[in-house]
Write a protein that binds this ligand. Structure first.
Ligand SMILES: Nc1ncnc2c1ncn2[C@@H]1O[C@H](COP(=O)(O)OP(=O)(O)OP(=O)(O)O)[C@@H](O)[C@H]1O
Ligand SMILES: [Mg+2]
Length: 419
């Protein structure tokens, strides 16, 4: 057998530590190298033992699992954390993922779930390490402008992500896709990567039977998706669309490996693969973000959006995404709520790459008609902003916004310093 996966168990309850140690003792490819009774102890032990995976309890008296994970990710970055919690709430999950955890297990879990998570996390980390070692300067976007466009590699995967919901991901994804297809002349496929509650179909007035990524599942399990084309909808706007499953419970059928295969197949046949992601981290979202050439990370002028963006940028760094891969898009940039763009920039320590104005009338009118505003209100400023974004993403224009050419990191300030 190959190398064993070295696991450190962290839990304040001795019985839990013993139980987990025994469970894992049955697995020939997993070795429990130690156990710690507190967050503090886990830090020193991890430094000594250099585990591949740390099984971390979220609730511990001295330093909780989230704080310990945060520290671990900077002190022992090679140790991937699997968080364990009795609460399965989205907020816990998100905070854990933002702290740097790679997986989240809700107690009680079966030994199969436990070992599957450990193996998955380990495999993913190994793949990341070898990818980083093999291609330190691979890819990126056409930062210099001249080499952009179709280049020598396949189409680009553009993920539209935000660490907070409701900031306009779907709106931007749909209109960006239409702009890139109709004005920039790219072949574009839009993938609804919000597998549980996808809205792309609503915005494009699509409700077909048996045409979604869920219909590809049997093929994805078998390997390469062969009849991908059959399930992609050719929309009247000139884009192609791969919808999310029609009901939330079907989302579970979509695996990270399946998503990767779909994206790889699509990038071979399209210039742009635009993916509307969820706003929380789960395995499939991480798979999309990993596969993406560019992550358009959206934020709005709201304190919670800004806070989450700061956390996301830290996660992005831990995931090994370089600065060029992560682009910041500020939506509704002119909706003045007492926070200015410069305040945002100094708070997150980075320049905003693109801005999109707020235009409730155009957006809602389009939404109600099921026609993207880029088509129904082509002259509006919001459409112009989308076009500029489409051009930048397609490598049609040198660098992004006129106001800045490079990311000059503004000094980091406290989040609340501008209140
Ligand atoms: N530039 C804009 N101007 C005005 N309204 C906007 C703009 N962008 C988005 N909106 C509105 O904001 C709301 C949220 O947009 P959207 O559904 O695209 O966000 P989302 O990030 O995809 O949300 P979810 O987390 O639900 O997936 C919608 O009502 C949309 O019409
Ligand atoms: Mg959405």
């Amino acid at each position: 057998m190959a190398d064993q996966i070295r696991v450190l168990i962290v839990d304040d309850i001795p019985e839990t530590r013993d139980h987990l140690t025994k469970l894992l003792g049955f697995e020939s490819d997993i070795e429990v190298v130690g156990s710690a009774a507190s967050g503090t102890e886990s830090l020193s032990l991890a430094g000594e033992l250099m585990p591949d995976v740390v099984l971390m309890d979220i609730n511990m008296p001295d330093m909780d699992g989230i704080a310990a994970t945060e520290k671990l990710s900077s002190q022992v970055p090679t140790a991937a954390v699997v968080m364990m919690s009795v609460q399965g709430e989205a907020d816990y999950l998100r905070r854990s993922m933002l702290a740097g955890a790679r997986e989240f297990l809700v107690k009680p879990f079966s030994s199969d779930e436990l070992t599957a998570s450990i193996r998955q996390v380990y495999t993913r980390e190994q793949a990341k390490i070898s990818r980083m070692a093999a291609a330190p300067a691979a890819g990126g976007t056409a930062a210099g402008g001249s080499g952009g466009g179709d280049g020598d590699h396949d189409g680009q995967v553009v993920a539209i992500f935000s660490p907070k919901g409701g900031v306009g991901r779907t709106t931007v994804a749909v209109n960006l896709a239409v702009a890139a297809a109709t004005e920039v002349g790219k072949s574009v496929v839009l993938v609804d990567g919000s597998f549980q509650f996808g809205d792309v179909g609503v915005l494009l007035n699509l409700n077909p039977k048996n045409k979604s990524i869920a219909d590809l599942v049997p093929e994805l399990e078998a390997g390469e998706p062969e009849s991908l084309d059959t399930f992609i909808i050719n929309h009247s706007t000139g884009i192609r669309v791969l919808l999310a499953p029609p009901s939330p419970e079907m989302a579970e059928l979509i695996t990270p490996a399946g998503v990767r295969r779909v994206l790889e197949a699509l990038r071979r046949t399209h210039d742009l693969v635009i993916v509307d992601c969820t706003s929380w981290f789960n395995e499939t979202t991480l798979a999309i973000l990993d596969a993406a050439d560019v992550i358009l990370t959206m934020l709005s002028l709201e304190i919670t959006s800004i806070k989450n963006m700061r956390l996301f940028l830290e996660v992005a760094e831990q995931l090994g995404y370089d600065q060029e891969k992560v682009k910041l898009v500020l939506n509704r940039a002119d909706s003045s709520l007492g926070i200015r763009v410069t305040d945002v920039e100094s708070s997150i320590g980075r320049k905003v790459d693109h801005t999109i104005v707020s235009d409730g009338r155009s957006v809602v009118y389009a939404l109600n008609r099921g026609v993207p505003f880029f088509l129904s209100n082509r002259e509006a400023q919001v459409s112009q902003d989308i076009l500029r974004l489409a051009q930048a993403v397609s490598g049609e224009r040198a660098a992004a916004a006129p106001q800045d050419s490079a990311h000059k990191a503004a000094p980091k300030k406290s989040l609340f310093s501008f209140r």
